[in-house]
Design a protein around this ligand. Structure first.
Ligand code: SAM
Length: 320
C-alpha cells in the first residue's frame, strides 16, 4: 500500500463520468454554456477497467461518481451497475438531481444506498440565476422519491454572500425536516474563481455561516473520522449539518482522495493541476499496467498539498 509520511493513502476514488452538465453554475462555468460536447472521453468499460486496476493497486474502499453531471451520460447505467459489483465499503454519487426521477430504475437496480444532491437555494428565481439550467421542482421531486425509496441523501450547498445567503436557513430547515444532512461547501478558488474578484465578493466563511445558523439554532461541534472532509455539528433534537471548510479549516493533511477524470487523467489533489494520463493502461496486459500505475500513484500522492490554494482546473472537468 502506498502511504505518505502524513499517513495519507488513496482510499477514496472519485470518478468523473463526463465533463458534460445540464447546469452551468455561476461558480463553475464562467461562460454559462451548458452541455458542451464532451471530448476524448473514455467509455464505461474503459473507466470500469481503470477503476478495477486502481482498486487492485491501492485497495481503496470508497468510490463516488461525479462529473459534469454523472446522470447525463449514457455511460451512467453501465458504470453504476459495474461499480455495484466491486468489493467496496461504499459507493455513492454526486449529482445536481435533475435526472433522479428519470434514472430511478437503474438506481434501484444498483442497490445504491446514498447520494449527494447539490442544491444552492429553494427559491425558483435564484435557482435559475445560479444553476442556469434545469428546474427546482424536478430536483425536489427527485429528492422526495429517493427518500421514499430509502436512499439516504446529503444536500450540498455552496453558500455565497451575495447570491444565496438568504437561503441558508430555509435550506437547513428543509433538510432537518427530512432527516437529510446539509453540507455547506465553502466557495473554492477553482477555475475562473482562482483569479476573479467574484471570489472575494461571494466567499462566505465557516464562521459567518455559523453566526447565521446561530441566529436560529443552538448547536455543538461533534467528532468526525480521520479522513472526513466535513466539520460536523449537532443541533440537539433536530439533526446535524456539516461544513466542508476548505479555507477556514483545510483538511488537506488527512485527505485520502484520488480523482479519475472522464478523459482518463489521474489527479492526486484538487489543489494541484498535476495529472497523468492513464487511459492507455486499459490496452496493456495487467502485468505491465499495474507496475506503471503504481509509479503514477506514488507521484500522484506526492502531488497532495498541505493547504488548499485552489487551482485553475475547472470543477466540471475534475468533478469536485
Ligand atoms: N453535477 C454534479 C453536482 O452538481 O453535484 C457533480 C459535479 S459538481 C462539480 C460537484 C460539486 O462541486 C457540487 O456540489 C458543486 O456545488 C461543487 N462546486 C463546483 N464548483 C465549486 C466551487 N468553486 N466551490 C465550491 N464548490 C463547488
Amino acid at each position: 500500500m502506498i502511504v505518505d509520511k502524513l499517513g495519507r493513502r488513496f482510499n477514496n476514488l472519485r470518478v468523473s463520468l463526463t465533463a458534460a452538465c445540464n447546469y452551468a453554475c455561476t461558480y463553475c462555468v464562467p461562460n454559462g454554456k451548458r452541455l458542451m460536447k464532451a471530448q476524448n472521453e473514455l467509455s464505461a468499460p474503459a473507466l470500469l477497467k481503470l477503476t478495477e486496476l486502481i482498486q487492485e493497486a491501492t485497495g481503496f474502499e470508497k468510490l463516488r461518481m461525479t462529473g459534469g453531471d454523472p446522470l447525463v451520460t449514457p455511460k451512467f447505467e453501465a458504470f453504476l451497475l459495474g461499480v455495484a459489483k466491486l468489493p467496496l465499503e461504499d459507493f455513492s454519487l454526486t449529482t445536481n438531481g435533475q435526472l433522479l426521477l428519470a434514472k430511478e430504475d437503474v438506481l434501484r437496480a444498483s442497490g445504491i444506498k446514498r447520494l449527494n444532491v447539490s442544491l444552492d437555494t429553494l427559491n425558483p428565481l435564484r435557482f435559475k440565476q445560479i444553476a442556469r439550467g434545469g428546474d427546482l421542482e424536478t430536483v425536489l421531486a427527485g429528492i422526495e422519491r429517493m427518500l421514499a425509496l430509502g436512499i439516504k441523501i446529503k444536500i450540498n450547498m455552496v453558500p455565497m454572500r451575495q447570491s444565496n445567503r438568504q437561503d441558508i436557513l430555509p435550506l437547513l430547515d428543509y433538510c432537518l425536516e427530512r432527516d437529510v444532512e446539509l453540507r455547506f461547501i465553502e466557495l473554492m478558488r477553482m477555475g475562473h474563481l482562482k483569479a476573479d474578484s467574484t471570489y472575494q465578493n461571494e466567499f462566505f466563511s465557516m464562521q459567518q455561516l455559523l453566526d447565521e445558523i446561530a441566529s436560529k439554532y443552538t448547536f455543538e461541534r461533534t467528532d468526525a473520522p480521520f479522513d472526513s472532509t466535513a466539520v460536523r455539528f449537532n443541533i440537539p433534537d433536530a439533526g446535524t449539518f456539516g461544513i466542508i471548510a476548505n479555507e477556514s479549516e483545510p483538511f488537506c493533511t488527512s485527505c485520502t482522495r484520488l480523482r479519475l477524470s472522464s478523459d482518463g487523467y489521474l489527479y492526486g489533489c484538487l489543489s494541484n493541476a498535476a495529472r497523468t494520463y492513464v487511459g492507455d493502461l486499459v490496452d496493456e496486459p495487467k502485468h505491465r499496467a499495474l507496475p506503471r500505475l503504481q509509479k503514477i500513484l506514488l507521484s500522484a500522492l506526492g502531488d497532495k498539498q498541505l493547504a488548499f490554494q485552489g487551482e485553475t482546473t475547472v470543477m466540471k472537468f475534475i468533478g469536485g
